[in-house]
Design a protein around this ligand. Structure first.
Ligand code: ADP
Ligand code: MG
Ligand code: ZN
Length: 609
């Protein structure tokens, strides 16, 4: 806004300067004396006046001695009568050269018009300033229909080496750039140059990053626009911006046009609720039209990215449009390690940091999460006044992202501490005693987020499939805390409630989705997942009340069995449980090797859940 005030100030100053100039221009430099009419009359009577020029109400007087004076009459009155009334005789008057100046000359009109003209100019000037202001400011309503197409700048150039993993995506994109550069060899064989490539994947998996890497690697012009920029407050703007964007790209062919977050306009038409869809639909239609308008050898490739391919309009996906789809998955363990290493560059990281171990602890993290983790670790290191970022900082940052920050300051009584120690000890011991359970990575009784303590167990390698036996071990391990409290204190605390909820949810899934119960190989309920977001949005109940009862029964069976397994483990290793709990009360946190060392003397033989 300071810009606007500045401009208005300028306008005002300019106006003042103009009016000053005007008054200088109109008023002569040396003013003749102004005299009254009676003085004029007496001067005439005394024969001192040579000439009187009357123009309107203004009297310009020249004396016999050559000096000038002015005077004023009422306009419209006869000057001769006025002077006679003031006692000038006819003879005296005849001695004076009395002229009435013709007032219809151009100078008269100019003098009449110049003030309003200047005023108009001034007002126009102010308006011009305000329009310019409105245009250049945040309100872009005046740039109707021009796309904000950016030719990617190579200031922070990103190359493939800055992108970890995503091997398939990179290969596919390299091939596409090859199409652009040497179309002849493809066209000669009758192949059609692909037009649209859709990058799909969960948020933060590097869609934008890989697109930028293509810009950095290929030497063709790369135009970047976010689909949300197409849509502004006026209907029709999006469509004309789309036209503009495609035209710009075509003009500099071979080129790549990248439309980020295309779901902002590419949503299935007619599917939205409420108003406000017209604009989006028109924009989408325009994109479709533009893509169809490509000639067989138009060397423009349209790259788009989305994390909601499920909501895209089918018309966008049909052959000839975005018919090439590249899926970017969440990184696996190797990729996580590589991503961590990329983001460790430029940070002072301790030489013996084991990135593999951090990668192990971060299943489900996206590239963006990992970049954030590295940064959090560096911040923590700086806060603690360290010289380097250590392994502990990294692991702590990972846990903070998953479970929330540690709450060391929470005061807990000795008794609560004991309950928590036995609870977590129960989880850990059950996990360690079952053949199919994942290894325990860490046990802690420091409150974190909403949890009073936690037992972290993660596979050493990425898993893509899980078996029934593994699920049974998971269920038993979830029951470990509950069973341990009951066994040790003969009572149960609220600390187990979250475990029970998770166990119940898992048991229900085993029955209704995985066909792992006695009800056999069948799924119940129609569930639609939001692709990539991993959230269930709707579940239609497509079974009878009787079946619902049976499902509940099976769920209960799983849970009871899990509890029995946990109880059996804990009962047969009572001394081990006590040892773990005591160590936890003393040390509060046990890392994987410390935990294993505590258990070693007991020589526990893993069993099947
Ligand atoms: P999106 O898929 O949501 O467009 P981005 O491409 O914007 O995700 O990624 C966000 C950030 O995450 C990137 O700027 C980068 O720092 C990091 N990142 C994501 N994937 C990778 C990767 N494969 N290699 C390196 N960094 C990555
Ligand atoms: Mg993105
Ligand atoms: Zn628990």
């Amino acid at each position: 806004m300071s810009n606007l005030t500045k401009n208005v100030l300028w306008a005002v100053i300019t106006l003042i300067v103009i009016s000053l100039l005007f008054s200088l221009f109109v008023a002569p430099a040396s003013q003749p004396a102004t005299i009254s009419l009676s003085k004029l009359a007496s001067d005439i009577a005394a024969g001192q006046v040579k000439e009187v020029k009357v123009s309107g109400s203004q009297l310009n007087i020249v004396m016999t001695d050559g000096s000038a004076a002015t005077s004023q009459t009422e306009s419209g009155t006869n000057i001769t009568d006025t002077l006679k009334n003031l006692g000038v005789t006819s003879q005296e008057l005849q001695a004076v050269n009395l002229q009435v100046v013709n007032q219809s000359g151009w100078s008269y009109w100019l003098s009449l018009l110049i003030v309003p003209i200047l005023e108009l100019l001034g007002i126009g000037f102010i308006f011009w300033f305000m329009f310019r202001q409105a245009r250049s400011g945040a309100n872009q309503a005046f740039t109707f229909g021009r796309s904000n197409l950016k030719l990617s700048s190579f200031k922070d150039r990103i190359l493939f080496k800055d992108v970890a993993g995503l091997k398939e995506a990179k290969e596919e994109l390299i091939e596409v750039v090859d199409f652009l550069k040497n179309p002849k060899k493809f066209l000669d064989l009758g192949a059609r140059i692909p037009r649209g490539i859709l990058l799909m994947g969960p948020p933060g998996t590097g869609k934008t990053l890989v697109a930028r890497a293509i810009a950095g690697e290929s030497n063709v012009p790369f135009f970047f626009i976010s689909a949300s920029e197409f849509v502004e407050m006026f209907v029709g703007v999006g469509a004309s911006r789309t036209r503009d964007a495609f035209m710009t790209a075509k003009r500099s062919a071979p080129a790549i046009l990248f439309i980020d977050e295309i779901d902002a306009v590419g949503r299935q038409r007619g599917a939205g609720m409420g108003g406000g869809n017209d604009e989006r639909e028109q924009t989408l239609n325009q994109i479709l039209v533009e893509m169809d308008g490509f000639d067989r050898d138009t060397r423009v490739i349209v790259l788009a990215a989305t994390n909601r391919p499920d909501v895209l309009d089918p018309a966008l996906l049909r052959p000839g449009r975005f018919d090439r789809r590249i899926i970017l998955d969440l990184p696996d363990m190797n990729d996580r390690e590589a991503i961590l290493k990329i983001h460790a560059q430029g940070k002072v990281v301790d030489a013996n940091v084991d990135f593999r171990r951090v990668a192990q602890r971060t299943p489900g993290f996206s590239g963006a999460d990992l970049a954030n983790l590295m940064n959090e670790a560096a911040i923590a290191a700086a806060r603690h006044g360290q010289k380097t970022v250590t392994q502990a900082d990294l692991l702590e940052a990972a846990e903070k992202v998953i479970m929330g920050p540690e709450r060391r300051s929470r005061v807990i009584s000795a008794h609560e501490k004991e309950i928590t120690a036995y609870h977590e000890g129960g989880h850990a011991l059950v996990a360690a005693s079952l053949k199919d359970a994942d290894p325990v990575q860490k046990v802690s009784i420091i409150a974190r987020g909403f949890a009073g303590g936690y037992t972290m167990k993660l596979p050493n390698e990425d898993v893509h499939l899980k078996t029934r036996a593994q699920f049974m071990a998971d269920l038993a391990m979830m029951m470990g805390g509950y069973a341990s409290e009951k066994l040790t204190f003969g009572d149960i605390s609220t600390g187990a409630s979250n475990d029970l909820k998770e166990a119940s949810d898992l048991a229900r899934k085993l029955v209704t989705r995985y066909g792992m119960s006695e009800l056999g190989p069948i799924t119940f309920g129609k569930t639609e997942d939001m692709i990539f977001l991993g959230r269930e949005i709707t579940t239609d109940k497509n079974y009878s009340e009787k079946v619902a009862g049976e499902i509940d029964e099976q769920v209960k069976k799983f849970l009871t069995h899990a509890y029995e397994v946990a109880e059996r483990v804990l009962k047969s290793h009572k001394t081990a449980l006590k040892k773990i709990a005591d160590t936890l009360i003393e040390k509060e946190t046990l890392e994987q090797d410390e935990f294993n060392a505590v258990l070693k003397p007991f020589k526990i033989k893993p069993m099947v859940a």
